[in-house]
Design a protein around this ligand. Structure first.
Ligand code: HEC
Length: 194
């Protein structure tokens, strides 16, 4: 027993340090409004991961889970997002670009799109999965005419795909594609390259 005790103490001490520094570093020391929006984006990212796994066939598709995650994303867009971007707030570890305030109208529009397309996906979640819409990397559902696999390149070619109400009537895959493109569009223009 004499040998075990000091080691145990050391072990517990190490774990405590790891946990503490882990928390402190979670967002590279972000504070205030920057931390708030990083947390919001984190939550959006987690919901998106849940959804993506299902569309890519890594997990079985579950309409309820897709709907819930999409609703959660929807609740974080629009005003909820833009209010976390007071002019010039790029301090600390923020990955935001000053372009946000030079092109506020576009930024706001994309924030609105986030909610619109997330809501469209929530509504479409129970529609039949779409042939030709993008069934994931395994290609189980056929190939995608919208190039969902590379959202940044994928142009929807305008019309129905840009209308949330129409998307809500289509396959969940179509709405998912549009949502993914919204993330990319905003990150490309307004977030530092990773
Ligand atoms: C209207 C613009 C916009 C949209 C739409 C958007 N993002 Fe972001 N996102 C940003 C900005 C700006 C940052 C950088 C925030 C900062 O660090 O100040 C960011 C950061 C992130 C981060 C990193 C958060 C962290 O911990 O630092 C993740 C993850 C993320 N976004 C996921 C997503 C996903 C997934 C979507 C789509 C479902 C999405 N975003 C849609 C603008 C957007």
């Amino acid at each position: 027993m004499r040998n075990i005790k000091p080691r145990t103490t050391l072990f517990i001490g190490t774990v405590a340090i790891l946990l503490t520094s882990g928390l402190a570093l979670a967002h590279g020391g972000a504070t205030g409004i920057v931390k708030e929006r990083m947390d919001l984006m984190d939550s959006v990212g987690k919901s998106m991961k849940t959804i993506t796994e299902m569309f890519q066939g890594e997990k079985e598709y579950a309409a309820t889970a897709v709907r819930d995650a999409a609703n959660s994303i929807g609740s974080h867009g629009g005003e909820q997002l833009t209010r976390l971007f007071p002019e010039g707030s790029i301090q600390g570890p923020s990955e935001s670009l000053p372009a946000i305030w030079q092109n506020w109208e576009r930024f706001s529009e994309l924030s609105e799109d986030l909610t619109k397309y997330a809501n469209a996906l929530a509504t479409a979640a129970e529609n039949p999965r779409g042939p030709g819409m993008s069934g994931g990397r395994q290609g189980g559902m056929g190939t995608s005419p919208m190039g969902r696999r590379n959202p940044m390149m994928g142009s929807t070619g305008g019309m129905p795909m840009n209308d949330p109400a129409t998307l809500a009537q289509m396959s969940p895959d179509a709405a998912f594609a549009r949502l993914t493109q919204t993330c990319s569009a905003c990150h490309t223009q307004f977030r530092k390259k990773q």
